[in-house]
Ligand binder design. Structure first.
Ligand code: COA
Length: 229
């Protein structure tokens, strides 16, 4: 038995860029979880380590950890309108890995807040009464989710977003830095709301919205996030 291999209580963090480092930092210093290493696709696993920990190839994980598998957490941003993170989660489950969450102890939410698996909730995020998060939702620092909101699966809510009450955010949507969503608005699936936008009306699927009041621009959300990270 190799005692150096991570155990099921440990976590592996996907990525070797800034968001992976942030989640490793939070897990270690805030959530008191043991991070055993990082994971990237084989083509990017050239350095062998990140933040002083081993860097494993995703494609090799099932062989490296035949049993007693650590939990995986996949802090990938909005690239392909959150579709890459969604796909990686599906691949990880298919390989037999369970997905963990990171919920900062400095976030503010009620103990009965419904929250799906694989959610990343950063410091000073606020989730008001009766709001609920689906699975694979990222809620960055200081975002304020209004009461009775429904945040569907695979959404990314950036730092400083504010939503009024009874807002609904469709799956895979991205809400940019400091955007404001008026109470009662429905954000359609895969919408992209630009930084600082003020959204007063419901959006259309795959639309990109900018400005105050928010207007729809020509490109689709997939086009606008084809090289996002
Ligand atoms: C909306 C966004 C994705 C558009 O980026 P893009 O596809 O590169 O679009 P462009 O820069 O070509 O801009 C297209 C038009 O929208 C305008 N625009 C783009 N972003 C805007 C914004 N946030 N607010 C107001 N107008 C904006 C541009 O001025 C341009 O207008 P024009 O055609 O009249 O000249 C991007 O600007 C944005 O806001 N991204 C979110 C950033 C963020 O929140 N990051 C957090 C990471 S955690």
């Amino acid at each position: 038995m190799n005692h150096n291999l991570p155990s099921a209580k440990d976590m592996l963090v996907f990525g070797n860029r800034s968001m992976a480092s942030m989640v490793w930092h939070g897990l270690t210093h805030d959530a008191c979880r043991q991070v055993a290493g990082f994971v990237v696709n084989k083509a990017y696993a050239t350095t062998g380590q990140h933040e002083g920990l081993p860097l494993y190839a995703f494609e090799d994980l099932a062989d490296i950890f035949p049993d007693n598998r650590p939990e995986l957490i996949i802090p990938v941003g909005s690239v392909h309108i959150n579709g890459i993170r969604r796909s990686l989660c599906e691949q990880a489950r298919a390989l037999g890995f369970s997905l963990g969450s990171y919920v900062s102890r400095k976030a503010s939410y009620f103990p009965d807040t419904p929250m799906g698996e694989h959610c990343l909730v950063f410091e000073h995020a606020v989730i008001q009464s009766f709001a609920r998060l689906g699975s694979n939702v990222v809620l960055r620092s200081g975002a304020n989710i209004g009461h009775h909101n429904v945040i569907e699966d695979h959404c990314f809510i950036a730092t400083g977003v504010v939503t009024g009450g009874n807002v609904s955010i469709g799956e895979q949507s991205f809400i940019g830095l400091g955007a404001i969503i008026r109470d009662g608005v429905t954000i359609a699936p895969r919408s992209l709301i630009g930084a600082g936008a003020v959204v007063l009306r419901d959006t259309e699927p795959d639309g990109v919205y900018v400005g105050n009041p928010a207007r729809k621009i020509a490109k689709t959300s997939l086009e606008a996030t084809s090289d996002a990270s």
